[in-house]
Ligand binder design. Structure first.
Ligand code: CP
Ligand code: NVA
Length: 306
C-alpha cells in the first residue's frame, strides 16, 4: 500500500479532512477527561527542525507522548543534516529507525525529496511555501467556535506567505473563499497556488475591502523565517497591512481573529485585536496538539472503525 504523507494541505481529500476533524474532537475529549489513549505505543516520531519553533515542537512532542509513543528531536546543527548528508540518504536511514517523521525546513522541494525516499509517513511542519498543520488547527478551531467553514469567507491581510498559500489550498478542498490583500510587490505566486480556482479566492488592493463581511480575519508576521534580510524593507512596505479595530469592525459581527503566532503587536496586528474578544489565538495554538494527534493516528493506522 502506498505510504500517505501530509506535505501540502491538498494531499488530503475533503472526506479525509472531515474524518481527521472528527477524530480530533474525540481525541481532545478523551485527553481532557483523563482517559488514556495509547494507539501509538512503541511507535517513534522523529522531528527534524531546520528552523526555530515553539508550538510545532511542543505540540508534536507532547502529542506523540499522549498517544503512547516517543518523539526524537533532531536539528541541523547537531545532526549530519547540517554537514551535507544528502536528504535522500537521511530519509532512508531515519525512516528505517522511526515510524513517522515531521520536518520543518526551507524549500518545499527538500521535504518532497525526503518523502520520496521515506518508508514512513512524512508531515510538513512548515516550509517556505506551506504550513498545512497550522491550517488544520485553524479550521478545526473555526469549526469548534462557529461550525462548518464551507461557504464562509476568510480575509488574509499581509504577506502572501506559507500560511496564505495553504489557506488557498484549503479553500479549494473545503469549498470556502479567501479574500487576499497584500502590499504591492508581495503578491501571491501563481505556481504555489496551482489548482486553486477563481471561485475560491479574490484579490483586494485595500485590506479594508478584504475584511468587509469576512467570517474570519487572519494575518501573520511580515517577515517569515528565512527572509530576515528583508526585514527593514518589509516594515515600510507592510505598514498599512496591520489588522486593527477598523478592519474587524467592517468584518461580520461574528467574525473571529486568528494568527498562527508568534505575533508582533503593533506590526501585523494591534494589541486591541489580538487581545480582544474576537481573537481565538490561544485556542488555535492549543488545537495544534489535538489535530496533529488525529493526523498521526490517521497516517499510521488509517480510519479507526467504530
Ligand atoms: N505557529 C507555529 O508554527 O509556531 P512555531 O513556529 O512556534 O512552531
Ligand atoms: N510565516 C511564518 C509562520 C511562523 C509559524 C514563518 O514562516 O516564519
Amino acid at each position: 500500500m502506498a505510504i500517505k504523507h501530509f506535505l501540502q494541505f491538498k494531499d488530503f481529500s475533503r472526506s479525509e479532512l472531515d474524518y481527521v476533524f472528527e477524530r480530533t474532537a474525540w481525541i481532545k475529549n478523551q485527553f481532557k477527561s483523563y482517559q488514556k489513549y495509547w494507539p501509538l505505543e512503541d511507535r517513534t516520531l522523529v522531528m527534524i527542525f531546520e528552523k526555530a519553533s515553539t508550538r510545532t515542537r511542543l505540540s508534536f512532542e507532547a502529542g506523540m507522548h499522549q498517544l503512547g509513543g516517543a518523539a526524537i528531536y533532531l536539528n541541523t546543527r547537531d545532526s549530519q543534516l547540517g554537514r551535507g548528508e544528502p536528504v535522500e540518504d537521511a530519509a532512508q536511514v531515519i525512516s528505517r529507525m522511526s515510524d513517522i517523521v515531521m520536518i520543518r525546513t526551507f524549500e518545499q522541494e527538500i521535504i518532497e525529496r525526503f518523502a520520496a525516499n521515506s518508508r514512513v509517513p512524512v508531515i510538513n511542519g512548515l516550509t517556505n511555501e506551506y504550513h498545512p498543520c497550522q491550517i488544520l488547527a485553524d479550521i478545526y478551531t473555526y469549526i469548534e467556535h462557529r461550525g462548518s467553514i464551507q461557504g464562509k469567507t476568510v480575509a488574509w491581510v499581509g504577506d502572501a506567505n506559507n500560511m496564505c498559500n495553504t489557506w488557498l489550498q484549503a479553500a479549494e478542498v473545503l469549498d470556502f473563499k479567501v479574500h487576499v490583500s497584500t502590499p504591492p510587490g508581495y503578491e501571491l505566486q501563481p505556481d504555489l497556488i496551482a489548482g486553486v480556482t477563481a471561485a475560491h479566492y479574490e484579490i483586494f488592493a485595500d485590506p479594508m475591502d478584504a475584511c468587509r463581511g469576512a467570517d474570519l480575519v487572519n494575518t501573520d508576521v511580515w517577515t517569515s523565517m528565512g527572509f530576515e534580510a528583508e526585514n527593514e524593507v518589509r516594515l515600510k512596505a507592510f505598514a498599512d497591512w496591520c489588522v486593527d479595530g477598523d478592519m474587524m469592525r467592517v468584518a461580520d459581527p461574528q467574525a473571529l481573529f486568528m494568527h498562527c503566532l508568534p505575533a508582533h503587536r503593533g506590526e501585523e496586528v494591534t494589541a486591541e485585536v489580538i487581545d480582544g474578544p474576537q481573537s481565538v489565538v490561544w485556542d488555535e495554538a492549543e488545537n495544534r496538539l489535538h489535530v496533529q494527534k488525529a493526523l498521526m493516528e490517521y497516517l499510521l493506522l488509517g480510519r479507526i472503525q467504530g
